[in-house]
Design a protein around this ligand. Sequence first.
Ligand code: SDX
Length: 392
Amino acid sequence: QTGMFTYDPGFTSTASCQSAITYIDGGEGILLHRGYPIDQLAEKARFLEVAYLLLHGDLPKQDEFEEFRHNITYHTMVHEQLAQFFRGFRRDAHPMAVMTGVVGALSAFYHDSTDITDPQQRLIASHRLIAKMPTIAAMAYKYSVGQPFVYPRNDLSYTGNFLNMTFSVPAEEYEVNPIIENAMRRIFILHADHEQNASTSTVRLAGSSGANPFACIASGIACLWGPAHGGANEAALNMLREIGESKNVKQYVDRAKDKNDPFRLMGFGHRVYKNYDPRAKVMQQTAEEVLKELNISDPVLDVARELEHIALNDDYFIEKKLYPNVDFYSGIILSAIGFPTEMFTALFALARTTGWVAQWNEMISDPEQKIGRPRQLYVGATQRDYVPLEDR
Ligand code: SDX
Protein backbone atom coordinates (compact mmCIF):
# COMPACT_ATOMS: atom_id res chain seq x y z
CA GLN A 1 0.00 0.00 0.00
CA THR A 2 1.42 3.43 -0.88
CA GLY A 3 -0.92 6.40 -0.80
CA MET A 4 -4.09 5.61 -2.70
CA PHE A 5 -2.64 2.68 -4.64
CA THR A 6 -2.62 -0.98 -3.75
CA TYR A 7 -0.60 -3.34 -5.91
CA ASP A 8 -1.53 -6.83 -6.99
CA PRO A 9 1.60 -8.90 -6.12
CA GLY A 10 0.85 -10.97 -9.21
CA PHE A 11 1.15 -7.85 -11.34
CA THR A 12 4.50 -6.81 -9.91
CA SER A 13 5.85 -10.30 -10.60
CA THR A 14 5.03 -9.82 -14.32
CA ALA A 15 5.86 -6.08 -14.51
CA SER A 16 9.01 -5.17 -16.49
CA CYS A 17 10.10 -2.76 -13.75
CA GLN A 18 9.01 -0.83 -10.67
CA SER A 19 8.73 2.92 -11.08
CA ALA A 20 7.51 5.91 -9.07
CA ILE A 21 7.45 8.42 -11.93
CA THR A 22 4.17 8.03 -13.85
CA TYR A 23 0.92 6.29 -13.00
CA ILE A 24 -1.65 5.41 -15.68
CA ASP A 25 -5.09 3.94 -15.08
CA GLY A 26 -6.04 2.96 -18.64
CA GLY A 27 -9.60 1.99 -17.70
CA GLU A 28 -10.33 5.31 -16.01
CA GLY A 29 -8.21 7.50 -18.28
CA ILE A 30 -6.02 8.71 -15.41
CA LEU A 31 -2.44 9.97 -15.90
CA LEU A 32 -0.39 11.22 -12.92
CA HIS A 33 3.22 12.42 -12.88
CA ARG A 34 4.61 11.85 -9.36
CA GLY A 35 0.96 12.06 -8.22
CA TYR A 36 0.05 15.27 -10.06
CA PRO A 37 -2.78 14.99 -12.66
CA ILE A 38 -1.64 15.73 -16.22
CA ASP A 39 -4.39 18.31 -16.88
CA GLN A 40 -3.31 20.40 -13.88
CA LEU A 41 0.34 20.31 -14.96
CA ALA A 42 -0.55 21.14 -18.58
CA GLU A 43 -2.70 24.06 -17.41
CA LYS A 44 -0.46 25.61 -14.75
CA ALA A 45 3.18 24.40 -14.80
CA ARG A 46 6.22 25.59 -16.72
CA PHE A 47 7.79 22.79 -18.76
CA LEU A 48 10.99 22.89 -16.70
CA GLU A 49 8.95 22.52 -13.50
CA VAL A 50 7.55 19.27 -14.92
CA ALA A 51 11.05 18.20 -16.04
CA TYR A 52 12.32 18.79 -12.48
CA LEU A 53 9.31 16.93 -11.05
CA LEU A 54 9.89 13.87 -13.26
CA LEU A 55 13.63 13.85 -12.54
CA HIS A 56 13.63 14.62 -8.80
CA GLY A 57 10.21 13.49 -7.57
CA ASP A 58 8.73 16.79 -6.33
CA LEU A 59 7.81 20.18 -7.78
CA PRO A 60 10.81 22.52 -7.26
CA LYS A 61 10.81 25.34 -4.71
CA GLN A 62 11.80 28.75 -6.11
CA ASP A 63 15.55 28.37 -5.46
CA GLU A 64 15.56 24.78 -6.75
CA PHE A 65 13.75 25.92 -9.90
CA GLU A 66 16.16 28.80 -10.52
CA GLU A 67 19.17 26.47 -10.14
CA PHE A 68 17.62 23.85 -12.41
CA ARG A 69 16.69 26.44 -15.04
CA HIS A 70 20.28 27.78 -14.92
CA ASN A 71 21.70 24.28 -15.35
CA ILE A 72 19.50 23.64 -18.36
CA THR A 73 19.88 27.09 -19.94
CA TYR A 74 23.69 26.94 -19.77
CA HIS A 75 23.82 23.63 -21.62
CA THR A 76 21.60 24.59 -24.59
CA MET A 77 24.49 25.20 -27.02
CA VAL A 78 25.96 22.25 -28.90
CA HIS A 79 29.67 21.80 -29.77
CA GLU A 80 30.46 23.54 -33.06
CA GLN A 81 31.79 20.21 -34.36
CA LEU A 82 28.35 18.68 -33.88
CA ALA A 83 26.95 21.05 -36.50
CA GLN A 84 29.19 19.26 -39.03
CA PHE A 85 27.12 16.08 -38.61
CA PHE A 86 24.12 17.78 -40.21
CA ARG A 87 26.15 18.52 -43.36
CA GLY A 88 26.42 14.79 -44.03
CA PHE A 89 22.64 14.41 -44.44
CA ARG A 90 20.59 15.10 -47.57
CA ARG A 91 18.41 18.19 -47.04
CA ASP A 92 15.33 16.00 -47.45
CA ALA A 93 16.40 13.52 -44.76
CA HIS A 94 13.58 12.82 -42.30
CA PRO A 95 14.19 14.85 -39.10
CA MET A 96 13.88 11.66 -37.03
CA ALA A 97 16.73 10.11 -39.04
CA VAL A 98 18.78 13.24 -38.34
CA MET A 99 17.86 13.28 -34.63
CA THR A 100 18.73 9.60 -34.21
CA GLY A 101 22.13 10.19 -35.80
CA VAL A 102 23.02 13.49 -34.16
CA VAL A 103 21.87 12.55 -30.65
CA GLY A 104 23.80 9.30 -30.95
CA ALA A 105 26.82 11.39 -31.96
CA LEU A 106 26.59 13.30 -28.64
CA SER A 107 28.04 10.13 -27.07
CA ALA A 108 31.32 11.03 -28.81
CA PHE A 109 31.50 14.47 -27.19
CA TYR A 110 30.93 14.41 -23.45
CA HIS A 111 33.41 12.08 -21.79
CA ASP A 112 33.08 14.05 -18.55
CA SER A 113 29.51 12.94 -17.99
CA THR A 114 29.31 9.29 -18.92
CA ASP A 115 30.55 7.55 -15.77
CA ILE A 116 27.06 6.36 -14.91
CA THR A 117 28.16 5.11 -11.50
CA ASP A 118 28.69 8.79 -10.49
CA PRO A 119 25.36 10.47 -9.58
CA GLN A 120 26.78 13.91 -10.40
CA GLN A 121 27.84 12.82 -13.89
CA ARG A 122 24.43 11.20 -14.42
CA LEU A 123 22.80 14.51 -13.54
CA ILE A 124 25.09 16.50 -15.88
CA ALA A 125 24.32 14.07 -18.75
CA SER A 126 20.59 14.47 -17.94
CA HIS A 127 20.81 18.28 -17.96
CA ARG A 128 22.73 18.21 -21.24
CA LEU A 129 20.14 16.00 -22.92
CA ILE A 130 17.13 18.05 -21.75
CA ALA A 131 18.96 21.25 -22.73
CA LYS A 132 20.25 20.24 -26.16
CA MET A 133 17.25 18.47 -27.62
CA PRO A 134 15.44 21.72 -28.58
CA THR A 135 18.66 23.02 -30.17
CA ILE A 136 19.17 19.81 -32.17
CA ALA A 137 15.49 19.62 -33.21
CA ALA A 138 15.57 23.25 -34.37
CA MET A 139 18.84 22.59 -36.26
CA ALA A 140 17.23 19.61 -37.99
CA TYR A 141 14.39 21.88 -39.12
CA LYS A 142 16.71 24.72 -40.23
CA TYR A 143 18.90 22.27 -42.18
CA SER A 144 15.82 20.86 -43.96
CA VAL A 145 14.70 24.32 -45.13
CA GLY A 146 18.19 25.56 -46.03
CA GLN A 147 18.26 28.32 -43.42
CA PRO A 148 21.19 29.10 -41.09
CA PHE A 149 21.24 27.57 -37.62
CA VAL A 150 20.08 29.97 -34.89
CA TYR A 151 21.94 29.92 -31.58
CA PRO A 152 20.09 29.47 -28.28
CA ARG A 153 19.24 32.57 -26.23
CA ASN A 154 19.46 32.53 -22.46
CA ASP A 155 16.88 35.26 -21.99
CA LEU A 156 14.03 33.14 -23.40
CA SER A 157 11.99 30.37 -21.77
CA TYR A 158 12.70 26.74 -22.70
CA THR A 159 9.78 26.79 -25.15
CA GLY A 160 10.32 30.34 -26.37
CA ASN A 161 13.99 29.57 -27.05
CA PHE A 162 12.97 26.56 -29.14
CA LEU A 163 10.49 28.63 -31.17
CA ASN A 164 13.12 31.32 -31.73
CA MET A 165 15.77 28.80 -32.86
CA THR A 166 13.21 27.26 -35.20
CA PHE A 167 11.43 30.19 -36.77
CA SER A 168 13.67 33.27 -36.44
CA VAL A 169 15.90 34.30 -39.37
CA PRO A 170 18.90 36.71 -39.27
CA ALA A 171 17.13 39.06 -41.65
CA GLU A 172 14.49 40.22 -39.21
CA GLU A 173 13.39 40.38 -35.58
CA TYR A 174 11.31 37.42 -34.34
CA GLU A 175 8.79 37.95 -31.55
CA VAL A 176 7.74 34.82 -29.66
CA ASN A 177 3.93 34.79 -29.83
CA PRO A 178 2.68 34.08 -26.26
CA ILE A 179 -0.30 32.10 -27.59
CA ILE A 180 2.03 29.80 -29.52
CA GLU A 181 4.53 29.65 -26.65
CA ASN A 182 1.76 28.55 -24.30
CA ALA A 183 0.50 25.93 -26.76
CA MET A 184 4.04 24.52 -27.17
CA ARG A 185 4.46 24.48 -23.37
CA ARG A 186 1.31 22.37 -23.04
CA ILE A 187 2.32 20.07 -25.92
CA PHE A 188 5.77 19.49 -24.39
CA ILE A 189 4.21 18.70 -21.00
CA LEU A 190 1.63 16.33 -22.53
CA HIS A 191 4.44 14.38 -24.23
CA ALA A 192 6.99 14.43 -21.40
CA ASP A 193 6.53 10.93 -19.98
CA HIS A 194 4.14 8.03 -20.24
CA GLU A 195 5.29 5.14 -18.04
CA GLN A 196 6.79 2.08 -19.77
CA ASN A 197 5.81 2.74 -23.42
CA ALA A 198 7.85 1.16 -26.22
CA SER A 199 10.50 3.90 -26.52
CA THR A 200 10.94 4.33 -22.75
CA SER A 201 11.33 0.57 -22.41
CA THR A 202 13.94 0.74 -25.20
CA VAL A 203 15.89 3.40 -23.29
CA ARG A 204 15.70 1.36 -20.07
CA LEU A 205 16.81 -1.83 -21.80
CA ALA A 206 19.71 -0.09 -23.56
CA GLY A 207 20.68 1.68 -20.32
CA SER A 208 20.53 -1.53 -18.27
CA SER A 209 23.76 -2.70 -19.94
CA GLY A 210 25.55 0.44 -18.72
CA ALA A 211 25.64 1.95 -22.21
CA ASN A 212 26.45 5.61 -22.85
CA PRO A 213 23.39 7.72 -21.83
CA PHE A 214 23.39 9.75 -25.06
CA ALA A 215 23.39 6.53 -27.12
CA CYS A 216 20.51 5.19 -24.98
CA ILE A 217 18.39 8.24 -25.76
CA ALA A 218 19.20 7.81 -29.46
CA SER A 219 17.76 4.28 -29.21
CA GLY A 220 14.57 5.75 -27.74
CA ILE A 221 14.31 8.19 -30.65
CA ALA A 222 14.65 5.33 -33.14
CA CYS A 223 11.83 3.39 -31.46
CA LEU A 224 9.55 6.43 -31.10
CA TRP A 225 9.74 7.05 -34.88
CA GLY A 226 7.44 4.12 -35.71
CA PRO A 227 3.88 5.00 -36.91
CA ALA A 228 2.39 2.73 -34.21
CA HIS A 229 4.09 4.95 -31.60
CA GLY A 230 5.35 8.51 -31.84
CA GLY A 231 5.16 8.54 -35.64
CA ALA A 232 1.34 8.45 -35.30
CA ASN A 233 1.07 12.26 -34.99
CA GLU A 234 2.53 12.72 -38.48
CA ALA A 235 0.43 9.82 -39.82
CA ALA A 236 -2.76 11.15 -38.14
CA LEU A 237 -2.56 14.56 -39.82
CA ASN A 238 -1.72 12.95 -43.18
CA MET A 239 -4.77 10.72 -42.70
CA LEU A 240 -7.06 13.66 -41.82
CA ARG A 241 -5.79 15.52 -44.89
CA GLU A 242 -6.39 12.43 -47.06
CA ILE A 243 -9.97 12.21 -45.73
CA GLY A 244 -10.23 15.87 -46.75
CA GLU A 245 -13.88 16.54 -45.90
CA SER A 246 -16.31 15.45 -43.21
CA LYS A 247 -18.52 13.70 -45.78
CA ASN A 248 -15.67 11.24 -46.48
CA VAL A 249 -15.17 10.25 -42.82
CA LYS A 250 -17.67 7.37 -42.74
CA GLN A 251 -15.88 5.42 -45.51
CA TYR A 252 -12.59 5.63 -43.60
CA VAL A 253 -14.24 4.48 -40.37
CA ASP A 254 -15.67 1.51 -42.30
CA ARG A 255 -12.21 0.70 -43.69
CA ALA A 256 -10.75 0.82 -40.15
CA LYS A 257 -13.34 -1.80 -39.10
CA ASP A 258 -12.63 -4.10 -42.06
CA LYS A 259 -10.36 -6.94 -40.87
CA ASN A 260 -9.11 -7.44 -44.42
CA ASP A 261 -8.05 -3.82 -44.72
CA PRO A 262 -4.75 -2.95 -42.99
CA PHE A 263 -5.92 0.68 -42.66
CA ARG A 264 -6.15 1.92 -39.07
CA LEU A 265 -7.38 5.25 -37.76
CA MET A 266 -4.11 6.96 -36.82
CA GLY A 267 -4.33 8.78 -33.51
CA PHE A 268 -6.91 6.25 -32.28
CA GLY A 269 -6.53 3.36 -29.88
CA HIS A 270 -3.90 2.67 -27.26
CA ARG A 271 -2.04 -0.24 -25.64
CA VAL A 272 -3.15 0.95 -22.18
CA TYR A 273 -5.99 3.47 -22.42
CA LYS A 274 -9.35 1.79 -22.85
CA ASN A 275 -10.94 5.15 -22.13
CA TYR A 276 -10.31 8.65 -23.40
CA ASP A 277 -6.55 9.51 -23.28
CA PRO A 278 -6.55 12.44 -20.83
CA ARG A 279 -3.85 14.09 -22.94
CA ALA A 280 -6.11 14.03 -26.01
CA LYS A 281 -8.74 16.11 -24.15
CA VAL A 282 -6.21 18.86 -23.34
CA MET A 283 -4.83 18.63 -26.88
CA GLN A 284 -8.31 19.11 -28.38
CA GLN A 285 -8.97 22.18 -26.20
CA THR A 286 -5.58 23.58 -27.21
CA ALA A 287 -6.31 22.97 -30.91
CA GLU A 288 -9.61 24.85 -30.65
CA GLU A 289 -7.97 27.75 -28.73
CA VAL A 290 -4.89 28.10 -30.96
CA LEU A 291 -6.80 28.03 -34.25
CA LYS A 292 -9.31 30.57 -32.88
CA GLU A 293 -6.62 32.88 -31.43
CA LEU A 294 -4.52 32.66 -34.60
CA ASN A 295 -7.69 33.11 -36.63
CA ILE A 296 -6.96 29.98 -38.68
CA SER A 297 -9.84 27.91 -40.01
CA ASP A 298 -8.35 24.54 -40.92
CA PRO A 299 -10.94 22.16 -42.49
CA VAL A 300 -8.90 19.32 -41.00
CA LEU A 301 -10.18 20.29 -37.53
CA ASP A 302 -13.76 19.78 -38.74
CA VAL A 303 -12.75 16.40 -40.17
CA ALA A 304 -11.16 15.45 -36.83
CA ARG A 305 -14.27 16.47 -34.89
CA GLU A 306 -16.54 14.48 -37.28
CA LEU A 307 -14.22 11.45 -37.16
CA GLU A 308 -14.19 11.51 -33.37
CA HIS A 309 -17.98 11.90 -33.25
CA ILE A 310 -18.66 8.99 -35.63
CA ALA A 311 -16.04 6.67 -34.10
CA LEU A 312 -17.11 7.31 -30.50
CA ASN A 313 -20.69 6.40 -31.42
CA ASP A 314 -19.80 3.35 -33.49
CA ASP A 315 -20.37 -0.09 -31.91
CA TYR A 316 -17.03 -1.44 -33.23
CA PHE A 317 -15.00 1.32 -31.55
CA ILE A 318 -17.12 1.21 -28.41
CA GLU A 319 -16.68 -2.56 -28.11
CA LYS A 320 -12.92 -2.37 -28.80
CA LYS A 321 -12.64 0.60 -26.42
CA LEU A 322 -10.90 2.75 -29.03
CA TYR A 323 -10.60 6.46 -28.25
CA PRO A 324 -8.52 9.34 -29.61
CA ASN A 325 -5.00 9.33 -28.17
CA VAL A 326 -2.38 12.02 -27.65
CA ASP A 327 -1.51 11.98 -31.38
CA PHE A 328 -4.98 12.68 -32.76
CA TYR A 329 -5.13 16.46 -32.37
CA SER A 330 -1.48 17.40 -31.87
CA GLY A 331 -0.70 17.62 -35.59
CA ILE A 332 -3.47 20.16 -36.15
CA ILE A 333 -1.87 22.52 -33.62
CA LEU A 334 1.69 21.96 -34.84
CA SER A 335 0.62 22.55 -38.43
CA ALA A 336 -1.16 25.79 -37.43
CA ILE A 337 2.04 26.94 -35.68
CA GLY A 338 3.99 26.34 -38.89
CA PHE A 339 5.77 22.99 -38.44
CA PRO A 340 5.89 20.61 -41.42
CA THR A 341 4.42 17.15 -40.64
CA GLU A 342 7.92 15.60 -40.76
CA MET A 343 8.86 17.62 -37.66
CA PHE A 344 5.94 16.37 -35.50
CA THR A 345 7.65 13.24 -34.17
CA ALA A 346 10.90 15.15 -33.64
CA LEU A 347 8.95 17.44 -31.29
CA PHE A 348 7.53 14.39 -29.53
CA ALA A 349 11.14 13.12 -29.08
CA LEU A 350 12.24 16.54 -27.81
CA ALA A 351 9.60 16.51 -25.07
CA ARG A 352 9.87 12.79 -24.28
CA THR A 353 13.61 13.11 -23.67
CA THR A 354 12.72 14.49 -20.23
CA GLY A 355 10.76 11.32 -19.41
CA TRP A 356 13.41 9.04 -20.90
CA VAL A 357 16.10 10.76 -18.84
CA ALA A 358 14.02 10.51 -15.64
CA GLN A 359 13.28 6.83 -16.24
CA TRP A 360 16.94 6.11 -17.11
CA ASN A 361 18.11 7.81 -13.90
CA GLU A 362 15.54 5.91 -11.83
CA MET A 363 16.77 2.62 -13.26
CA ILE A 364 20.53 3.31 -13.09
CA SER A 365 20.37 4.64 -9.53
CA ASP A 366 18.64 1.46 -8.31
CA PRO A 367 21.44 -0.63 -6.70
CA GLU A 368 19.40 -3.77 -7.35
CA GLN A 369 19.03 -3.20 -11.10
CA LYS A 370 20.44 -5.86 -13.43
CA ILE A 371 20.88 -5.97 -17.20
CA GLY A 372 17.53 -6.44 -18.91
CA ARG A 373 16.85 -9.87 -20.39
CA PRO A 374 13.31 -10.25 -21.82
CA ARG A 375 12.28 -13.94 -21.92
CA GLN A 376 10.78 -15.79 -24.90
CA LEU A 377 8.35 -18.66 -25.43
CA TYR A 378 10.36 -21.07 -27.66
CA VAL A 379 8.16 -22.54 -30.41
CA GLY A 380 10.92 -23.73 -32.77
CA ALA A 381 12.26 -27.18 -33.77
CA THR A 382 13.15 -29.80 -31.14
CA GLN A 383 16.82 -31.01 -31.11
CA ARG A 384 18.00 -32.74 -34.34
CA ASP A 385 21.37 -33.77 -35.90
CA TYR A 386 23.27 -31.99 -38.70
CA VAL A 387 22.85 -33.44 -42.24
CA PRO A 388 25.75 -32.75 -44.65
CA LEU A 389 24.86 -30.58 -47.64
CA GLU A 390 25.40 -33.37 -50.19
CA ASP A 391 22.91 -35.56 -48.30
CA ARG A 392 20.10 -33.00 -48.06
C1 SDX B 1 1.53 6.38 -28.57
O1 SDX B 1 2.35 3.11 -24.99
C2 SDX B 1 2.24 4.40 -24.89
O2 SDX B 1 2.05 4.94 -23.83
C3 SDX B 1 2.42 5.13 -26.21
C4 SDX B 1 2.13 6.62 -26.14
C5 SDX B 1 3.16 7.35 -25.34
O3 SDX B 1 2.85 8.45 -24.84
O4 SDX B 1 4.33 6.87 -25.30
O5 SDX B 1 0.84 6.85 -25.60
C6 SDX B 1 2.17 7.24 -27.55
O6 SDX B 1 2.20 5.61 -29.19
C7 SDX B 1 0.04 6.47 -28.77
C8 SDX B 1 -0.48 5.48 -29.86
C9 SDX B 1 -0.19 6.09 -31.22
N1 SDX B 1 -0.47 5.15 -32.29
C10 SDX B 1 -1.53 5.29 -33.11
O7 SDX B 1 -2.38 6.17 -32.99
C11 SDX B 1 -1.56 4.31 -34.27
C12 SDX B 1 -2.99 3.78 -34.45
N2 SDX B 1 -3.30 2.99 -33.29
C13 SDX B 1 -3.02 1.60 -33.39
O8 SDX B 1 -2.07 1.16 -34.26
C14 SDX B 1 -3.22 0.84 -32.10
O9 SDX B 1 -4.31 1.34 -31.46
C15 SDX B 1 -2.07 0.75 -31.14
C16 SDX B 1 -0.81 0.33 -31.79
C17 SDX B 1 -1.86 2.09 -30.48
C18 SDX B 1 -2.47 -0.25 -30.11
O10 SDX B 1 -2.62 -1.47 -30.85
P1 SDX B 1 -3.23 -2.74 -30.15
O11 SDX B 1 -2.48 -3.08 -28.94
O12 SDX B 1 -3.46 -3.81 -31.19
O13 SDX B 1 -4.64 -2.17 -29.70
P2 SDX B 1 -5.72 -3.01 -29.02
O14 SDX B 1 -5.17 -4.32 -28.52
O15 SDX B 1 -6.39 -2.15 -28.02
O16 SDX B 1 -6.71 -3.31 -30.24
C19 SDX B 1 -7.96 -3.85 -29.96
C20 SDX B 1 -8.61 -4.06 -31.32
C21 SDX B 1 -7.75 -4.86 -32.27
O17 SDX B 1 -8.65 -5.60 -33.08
P3 SDX B 1 -8.84 -7.18 -32.72
O18 SDX B 1 -7.45 -7.81 -32.83
O19 SDX B 1 -9.39 -7.21 -31.32
O20 SDX B 1 -9.81 -7.66 -33.78
O21 SDX B 1 -8.84 -2.79 -31.93
C22 SDX B 1 -8.17 -2.77 -33.19
C23 SDX B 1 -7.09 -3.83 -33.15
O22 SDX B 1 -6.86 -4.32 -34.46
N3 SDX B 1 -7.58 -1.43 -33.32
C24 SDX B 1 -7.89 -0.55 -34.26
C25 SDX B 1 -7.12 0.58 -33.97
N4 SDX B 1 -6.38 0.35 -32.89
C26 SDX B 1 -6.66 -0.90 -32.49
N5 SDX B 1 -8.74 -0.61 -35.30
C27 SDX B 1 -8.80 0.50 -36.08
N6 SDX B 1 -8.07 1.65 -35.88
C28 SDX B 1 -7.23 1.71 -34.82
N7 SDX B 1 -6.52 2.82 -34.62
